[in-house]
Structures are given as structure tokens and as C-alpha cells.
Design a protein around this ligand. Structure first.
Ligand code: ATP
Length: 242
């Protein structure tokens, strides 16, 4: 069943036309990767979905409901949760306090959100690294731990139907990337639907079921992730990797 549909989206920053007829869909329980070079428009796609930079044309639908004119916080309450690229944890607050703030957001009262609910205790039960660091100030944690906290913060509060992760591996050492990868795998095993934006194409394709390749604001192709992983031409042409 399709959970999230992006259909013919065109997004601008002022006069600059950045996304051109971007369409993609995400089925329940899938990990879908959105990959592409620097500046291809991956973050802008997430901003368009979340209503941060609303599309000028096209639609974003969650379970068939058009999200047009909804504000980012309303879209979060409907069940799409975004972990931005820059993580934005509160450095002077502890892990527990960061989670408590996110947990204060309440779901929409109409009961339309059918996603997965995570309490703060669920987060601690699932991710021991955060449990051990409940009282630690977020700013003193490693980059990988801060990323895990940022993802955890996206989980608490209103139920999550789609988790949209923006470059979770960015700036992390390889062994730390493995921790974040483990967290994503664990969430997906529990049924979480994930839209994964990554510049690290190998990581994204190893995790994902399907992928879309974005190039200068156009979806160039979509294929099962394992096919793309074996396609040297695609990896070199669109992603600049081997
Ligand atoms: P990266 O991996 O570097 O974040 P990306 O694929 O996520 O790349 P976007 O951040 O979506 O790409 O950027 C797409 C295009 O839009 C780029 O040309 C970028 O310079 C431009 N852009 C992004 N944010 C803004 C903004 N706030 N104002 C104007 N142009 C912007």
C-alpha cells in the first residue's frame, strides 16, 4: 500500500526553479532512497514534502490526503517526521530533555494518523546508547550519538507513518556510520517506512528496497536498490562513485 506520494512537484527558491516535476512514492514498510550529487535537490524534495518550502505545482499526499497548505508542524502531526541534515539537537540540554521537548507535540485529534507510536521509554529500550546517556548534554556527545538522538527525537511525539532522514551519515566516521545504519535497520524491521536522502549512495542502496536518482532537480531513474548497486554506469554517471 502506498503511504506517501509526491506527484509532479515543482519547487522554487524565489525565481530559481529547483525541482522539476518530481514524482516518487513510498510503500508501507519500505526504505526508499533518494540519491544524487550535491545540489541535486534532495533536501529541497524533503522541504517540499514537509511544507517548509511548499511546491508551486504538484501534490504531496499521505494515504491519499493532499497535504497542500498544511504547515510543517501540521504535517508532522499527520505522521511525516523529518530529521534535518544539520541535526539541530539542543546542545545545552540533556538527551532526556531533548526527547521530552519533542514528545510534547501532540497528534492531530482526528485520529487519521495510523503510524507507530514511540514513547521515550521505547527509545531507551531500543537504543541502549541513548539510554546510557540520558543525563548527558547533547553538545558533548559524538557526531554519531547526536545523529542517533536527532533520529530518536523524530520518533517521539505523534505517531510516525513516514520517517524522512536527510543525510544521516553526513560527517560521520565509517564505524559510526555503521551504528546509524543499525538504527535505521532496526526501525525498518519494526515496520517503519523510511524515505532516506543520502549522498553516500552505497550506504543508501545497501539499506533501501528501491531508489530514485535525482539529477539537477529531475528524477532521472528509479529502480530496485540492488540493481543500482550493481550498475557501474549509473553509479558513475549520476553519483560520481564506483
Ligand atoms: P546537498 O547534498 O548539497 O544538500 P541536495 O541534493 O540536498 O544537496 P538541495 O539542498 O536541495 O540539494 O539544493 C538544490 C538546489 O537549490 C541547489 O542548487 C541549491 O544551491 C539551491 N538551494 C538550496 N537551498 C536554497 C535556498 N534557501 N535559497 C536558494 N537556493 C537554494
Amino acid at each position: 500500500m502506498t503511504v506517501l506520494e509526491v506527484d509532479g512537484v515543482n519547487t522554487y527558491y524565489g525565481p530559481s526553479h529547483v525541482l522539476h516535476d518530481v514524482s516518487l512514492d513510498v510503500d508501507e514498510g519500505e526504505i526508499v532512497a533518494l540519491i544524487g550529487r550535491n545540489g541535486a535537490g534532495k533536501t529541497t524534495t524533503l522541504r517540499s514534502i514537509m511544507g517548509v518550502t511548499p511546491p508551486k505545482e504538484g501534490t504531496v499526499r499521505l494515504h491519499g490526503d493532499d497535504l497542500q497548505n498544511l504547515k510543517p508542524n501540521q504535517i508532522r502531526r499527520r505522521g511525516i517526521s523529518w530529521t534535518p541534515e544539520d541535526r539541530r539537537v539542543f546542545p545545552d540540554l540533556t538527551v532526556a530533555e531533548n526527547l521530552q521537548i519533542a514528545n510534547r507535540v501532540k497528534a492531530d485529534g482526528d485520529g487519521s494518523n495510523r503510524g507507530t507510536t514511540f514513547t521515550i521509554e521505547d527509545v531507551y529500550d531500543s537504543f541502549a546508547r541513548l539510554d546510557e546517556r540520558r543525563g548527558q548534554r547533547a553538545g558533548t556527545m559524538s557526531g554519531g550519538e547526536q545523529q542517533m538522538l536527532a533520529i530518536a527525537r523524530s520518533l517521539v511525539g505523534p505517531p510516525v507513518e513516514v520517517l524522512a532522514l536527510d543525510e544521516p551519515s553526513e560527517g560521520l566516521a565509517p564505524q559510526i556510520v555503521d551504528d546509524v545504519r543499525g538504527m535505521i535497520e532496526q526501525l525498518n524491521e519494526r515496520g517503519m517506512t523510511i524515505l532516506l536522502v543520502e549522498q553516500n549512495a552505497h550506504l543508501a542502496l545497501e539499506l533501501a528496497d528501491r531508489a530514485y536518482v535525482l539529477e539537477t532537480g529531475h528524477i532521472e531513474l528509479t529502480a530496485p536498490a540492488d540493481e543500482l548497486l550493481d550498475d557501474q554506469d549509473v553509479l558513475e554517471t549520476y553519483l560520481g562513485v564506483r
